[in-house]
Design a binder for this molecule. Structure first.
Ligand code: ASP
Ligand code: MG
Length: 409
């Protein structure tokens, strides 16, 4: 018998028939002897609809408190309906808003962080055999204002509840079978992974495979809550995400290939190679609230240097404007940029103990005549920037070269 927190996302709760399906799953888990606490998202695209209403009026920081009151209603609807469906099937159930549980957050409306969770209600329900159905994505601050956790935040609610209750597993039900080796829309033979470590998931999540809220993974990693991502539409086992040492298996060298086209590249050419240059270039960029991702700098024989970095594509024009000013101030020769790039990363904890991954990666790209513009590495990741028109070719070639379609032994 296990204590499970089950989270059902928007597509899994989109209609009453969907809620009937969810109820069947909850009942099946109970019949298998498990205790279940449920977290739900808003139905279908309800949060988008609500957000659109707010946008029609105009949103600014002064109205963020009201936006949270508005957006939090979506989840509340789902909790009541699901509790009613469960009760119709003879299963005792109770719905809760974040405030009723008391999911205490800070007061950063629209992107609040969970500070503390009171578990008294939930524990009482567990003792009575009642299924608590909790609204995801929301909490209250110390002054009882309603807050929300940022889009996709129901995952974080679920993991936080699982951590607070000491649950055995946090199950994230969604409309895909789990986490894939890469995007199945790009590579037909992409495979659903059985297991993944938190670290790998963080790399994959932040690189655009948007199956899980990044903060949920950070939370799970910190409190060692195993997460399982699985479909509410079939019975496949999904992907289990755990700590590396808890997984008890040898890790494959590469787990997945993540990619994003959401980046742009900027270069300051002909910069003097003297102390303080990086800070004079990147200081104004960060003052403009622009996040920098990859950075490359190298010194030429004449002691000048070209300084290249990437930003989000939506920040490209602004970053370019900032750099024109900076270049004039520091006497750089020229500023250039390219917003038709893509970033691609190979991710795998097995890389730590295996040499040759990078060279195999570069050889594969060379064989396809794909030019690599930038490279960066971490212990478990190798990222390259390439021309976006070669992205799909590169992903397919690497997926094949590293044999990712074959299930690891
Ligand atoms: N309903 C919210 C959203 O769409 C939270 C969630 O689904 O996780 O972002
Ligand atoms: Mg989601």
């Amino acid at each position: 018998m296990a204590l499970l927190v089950q989270k059902y996302g928007g597509t899994s709760v989109a209609s009453i028939p969907h809620l009937e399906n969810v109820a069947r799953r909850i009942l099946a888990s109970r019949e298998a002897g498990h205790q279940v606490v449920v977290v739900v998202s808003a139905m279908g695209h309800e949060t988008d609809r609500l957000d659109d209403l707010a946008q029609q009026i105009g949103v600014n920081p002064a109205t963020h408190r009201e936006v949270d009151v508005l957006l939090s209603t979506g989840e509340q609807v789902t909790t009541a309906l699901l509790a009613m469906v469960l009760m119709k099937h003879g299963c005792p159930a109770r719905s809760y808003t974040g405030g009723q549980i008391r999911i205490l957050t800070d007061s950063a409306y629209t992107k609040a962080r969970i500070l503390e969770i009171e578990c008294d209600n939930l524990r009482a329900d567990l003792t009575l055999g009642t299924v608590a159905v909790v609204a995801g994505f929301q909490g209250v601050d110390a002054d009882r204002n309603i807050t929300t956790l940022g889009r996709g935040g129901s995952d974080t609610t679920a993991v936080a509840l699982a951590a607070a209750l000491g649950a055995d597993e946090c199950q994230i039900y969604t409309d895909v079978n789990g986490v894939y080796t890469t995007d199945p829309r790009v590579v037909d033979s992409a495979r659903c992974l059985e297991r993944l470590t938190f670290e790998e998931m963080l790399e994959l999540a932040s690189l655009g495979s948007r199956v899980l809220h990044t903060r949920a993974v950070e939370f799970a990693s910190k409190y060692r809550v195993p997460i399982r991502v699985l479909s509410s539409f079939n019975d496949s086992p999904g992907t289990l995400i755990t700590n590396e040492d808890d997984s008890g298996m040898e890790q494959p060298i590469i787990s997945g290939i993540a990619f994003t086209q959401d980046e742009a590249k900027l270069t300051v050419l002909g910069v003097k190679d003297i102390p303080g240059i990086a800070s004079r270039i990147l200081g104004p960029i960060s003052d403009a609230n622009i996040e920098v991702d990859m950075i490359v700098q190298n010194v030429a024989a004449d002691n000048s240097t070209d300084f290249t970095f990437t930003v989000r594509r939506t920040d490209y024009q602004q970053a370019l404007a900032v750099l024109q000013d900076v270049a004039a101030q520091i006497g750089a020769r020229q500023v250039s940029g390219d917003n038709r790039i893509a970033k691609l990363s190979l991710v795998g904890v097995g890389m730590r103990s295996h040499a040759g991954v990078a060279s195999k990666m570069f050889k594969t790209m060379a064989d396809e005549s794909i030019n690599i513009q930038m490279i960066s590495t971490s212990e478990i990741k190798i990222s390259v920037v390439i021309d976006e028109k070669y992205l799909e070719l590169a992903v397919r070639a690497l997926h094949a070269a590293f044999d990712l379609a074959a299930a690891s032994a």
